[in-house]
Design a protein around this ligand. Sequence first.
Ligand code: 7PJ
Length: 268
Amino acid sequence: MSHHAALPQIMGILNVTPDSFSDGGRFLAPRQAIERALAMVEEGADIIDVGGESTRPGAAGVSLQEELDRVIPVVEAIAARVDALISVDTSKPEVMREACAAGAGMINDVFALQAPGALAVAAGTKARVCLMHMQGEPRGMQVDPRYDDVVAEVRNFLAARVAACLEAGIPRDHLVLDPGFGFGKTHEHNLALFRQLPALVVDGLPLLVGVSRKSMIGKMLGDDRPPRERITGSVAAALLAAQRGARILRVHDVGATRDALRVLAALA
Ligand code: 7PJ
């Protein structure tokens, strides 16, 4: 047993947006969001990722006040009730600061702290930081993504963002890296990144993988079934990511993912 690598942590997705593609609107009210967070912790979530801005392809941005109003009450309420790590999925420095003050211990930023002021705000918290790669911005990112060498380019971007974080004073052991599946990538780009996951590790930093219910899973299943019918495929991909060294799995379906990881741990 002891020679086995530790199982990855499970990050449960808590959308507090009215327009999120996978469970749109269902968890908007704080009370429902809190119930959902408690249920995910019960199912085995180590981290709860609270997001108030949809980053689905084509999504429009949300105002600062709207995002604060969605996210902060939920972070506060969850922090008071569970000891899972609370992550805030945002690109706005003000939301990062307020969420951390309200009890978040992780900043999950699909823009990898590139917004003006984000590096300084993150450095001023004690939070872990997930740096994700995205080509372009959500509104147009899936129009015609192109790379010469997607693995090298994603890795180089992440390495540059690590350097920027260290320069800003964020401790190295707070950093997590993420190739950003589906963010400015074709299906072939996503497959190349997934197959070469270990090549994306920079300085031994942990990788987060988020493929849950995404269109890349839908494509592999050979039809255009809706996100809620991609659960089994998503769990299969999560298992493979775990075997390839992912340290955090960002998922909608916490209980199913936990069961699969337990089987993996027993049989690996
Ligand atoms: C990701 C994310 C991801 C990280 C979203 C969705 C789209 N954050 N936020 N990684 N995806 N770090 O959940 O399908 O892959 S929103």
